[in-house]
Design a protein around this ligand. Structure first.
Ligand SMILES: [Fe+2]
Length: 246
């Protein structure tokens, strides 16, 4: 079984289109989404409709909650607050209702788990190996896919001399063959707002039967996505960061 794993699409239609087309050439059986379908981007309805129609399993993200009143956005940066207020006004009731009922992770699929932030907290960011080490003890499966940080890659935990060492993939492997005696937290990266210095849209295909994860990056029409952000009156920083991937 080949799983297409998407995260943090953030209402970026151009990025989602490019990822969908690229993934179609590689082949997959099911589509899994790690949350933050909306927020920041200018196409929340189009993206929510695509995910509704194509994704087999979806966990909720913090922006999905904030954009549908399930969660408040008081802790958000002012730019994120602006975009979630705008998204609330734009979302059609059918999409808002669908987003509001999305389940919290972890959700088990096959022999791995899906979360938005971390195994122990859907809102926790896993940026470094210390944070990952504190969280991986709560992982119920050998492999947990997470999003939230918008950084492609993740962490591996290996048993060495009686202790567990957690390390981050500093260079994301194009193809990662999992070792049977290690634990993994894997991030497909963000489709719609990468923050790892590479502005290309990110995604992952996981071959569960072979225990192999493939990480991909795809060029997309950033200029059009930026113009839509300007036209919508969303904060301009949201457009500029698409070009830098920061
Ligand atoms: Fe996000």
């Amino acid at each position: 079984m080949r799983f297409l794993i998407l995260s943090d699409i953030h209402a970026n239609w151009e990025a989602l289109e490019a990822v969908s087309a690229d993934a179609a050439t590689r082949g997959f059986d099911l589509v899994l989404c790690l949350g933050d379908v909306v927020g920041y981007g200018p196409n929340p309805n189009e993206v929510a409709e695509w995910v509704t129609n194509h994704a087999d399993v979806v966990v909720r993200g913090n922006h999905d909650r904030a954009c549908t009143y399930v969660g408040n956005h008081d802790s958000f940066h002012p730019i994120a607050q602006h975009s979630s207020t705008w998204t609330r006004e734009q979302l059609l009731p059918c999409h808002s209702d669908w987003l509001a009922q999305l389940p919290r992770g972890p959700l088990q699929v096959d022999n791995f788990d899906l979360v938005h932030g971390a195994p122990d907290d859907e809102d926790r960011y896993l940026f470094d190996s210390e944070e990952a080490a504190a969280s991986i003890r709560y992982a119920a499966e050998q492999v947990t896919f997470f999003g939230h940080t918008h950084v492609q890659g993740g962490f591996v935990a290996r048993r060495l001399h009686g202790t567990t060492e957690v390390s981050r993939f500093h260079k994301v492997p194009a193809q990662l063959a999992l070792e049977w005696d290690s634990l993994y937290l894997l991030n497909p990266g963000s489709v719609g707002q990468p923050r790892d210095g590479d502005p290309r849209a990110a995604y992952c295909i996981y071959e569960a039967h072979k225990s192999v994860a493939h990480f991909y990056r795809v060029d997309y029409d950033i200029r059009t996505a930026q113009e839509k952000i300007f036209e919508a009156g969303l904060p301009e920083e949201l457009a500029y960061r698409l070009a830098t991937g920061r």
